[in-house]
Design a protein. Structure first.
Length: 118
């Protein structure tokens, strides 16, 4: 069973950058779509970005377009989320997830906290 572990979260000032990593173990991610999600306190979890198996195609929610970049290194079984020009409204717990089939993400990491101060 695949296990996902996020890292790289922390406290940063508005305008700063962070790079999140999601390392997988127990299986390969190379044949699966991977995604990043976030959940702010008191809000519904939202999809932030997703990347195809090869990395050729990426999706971003409108609020992060031009600021965040999702990437993957299948040889390292790792997915990344580069976050630039961070805003206080980006504050949330960020989760990575794997979509093994259909449209459902069925493997999730434990999350990493990102806090952006104004």
């Amino acid at each position: 069973q695949v296990q996902l572990v996020e890292s790289g979260g922390g406290l940063v000032q508005a305008g700063g950058s962070l790079r999140l990593s999601c390392a997988a173990s127990g299986g390969t991610i190379s044949t699966y779509t991977m995604g990043w999600f976030r959940q702010a306190q008191g809000k519904v979890r939202e999809a932030v970005a997703a990347i195809s198996r090869s990395g050729a195609t990426a999706y971003y929610v409108d609020s992060v377009k031009g600021r965040f970049t999702i990437s993957r290194t299948n040889a390292k079984n790792t997915v990344y989320l580069q976050m630039n020009s961070l805003k206080p409204e980006d504050t949330a717990v960020y989760y990575c997830a794997l979509r093994s089939g259909g449209s459902v993400y069925d493997y999730w990491g434990q999350g990493t906290q990102v806090t952006v101060s104004s």
